[in-house]
Write a protein that binds this ligand. Sequence first.
Ligand code: MN
Length: 232
Amino acid sequence: MTVSTPWPAGPAVCLPVHGIDQQFPVHRVYCVGRNYAAHAQEMGYTGREPPFFFLKPNDALVPIAAQGGSIPYPSLTQDLHHEVELVVAIGTGGHDIDPKDAMAHVYGYAVGLDMTRRDLQMAMRKQGRPWDIGKAFDASAPIGPITPAAHVANIEQAAISLHVNDAPRQASTVAHLIWNIAETIAHLSNAWTLQPGDLIFTGTPEGVGAVQRGDRMHAHVQGLQPITVSVR
Ligand code: MN
């Protein structure tokens, strides 16, 4: 058993901004479920459904430095999955944002991993219960620095990939998002008022799978800072 200190954990999580001596204070962490068709299929679904969302606590983020970082193998699971995702950082908030205005609300982008205790998520899904124990656990969201949108060319067409121990696991393009970045922001802002500092994990392409202690994940989105994350 680990005994925690009696005082609060401290200020909000901040992410470094690539190329600028500045920090991005994180508000909420939203995630989109099943936003690539081939991943929806591998999870047993077909067809275009409205986007759906879940959240992770912002202290589940693990900022990963250029030299790499690590996460602990979490408790309770025997099936820890990787999900590489493009993460959108919101700079300007709003409610009921029109898709045609949505990109103006983006501050920048990062590479993130929506780590998932798949066995627990599936057990909850089967029972119609919340996914939190499968998705929103400690250190479940390793993330790289944010690159300002002005410094990213053509993110809508960017290649996205994940390697484990140098072997390819996931490879797609952001162009294959079912709900693109602007549509995702618009839908999300119908349900919640977006705030500066919100992050949106936009969904993962096909090829999700398990990692073990000692594995090294390398996550890449074209034009952004890649991350290397070991499981300890
Ligand atoms: Mn995901």
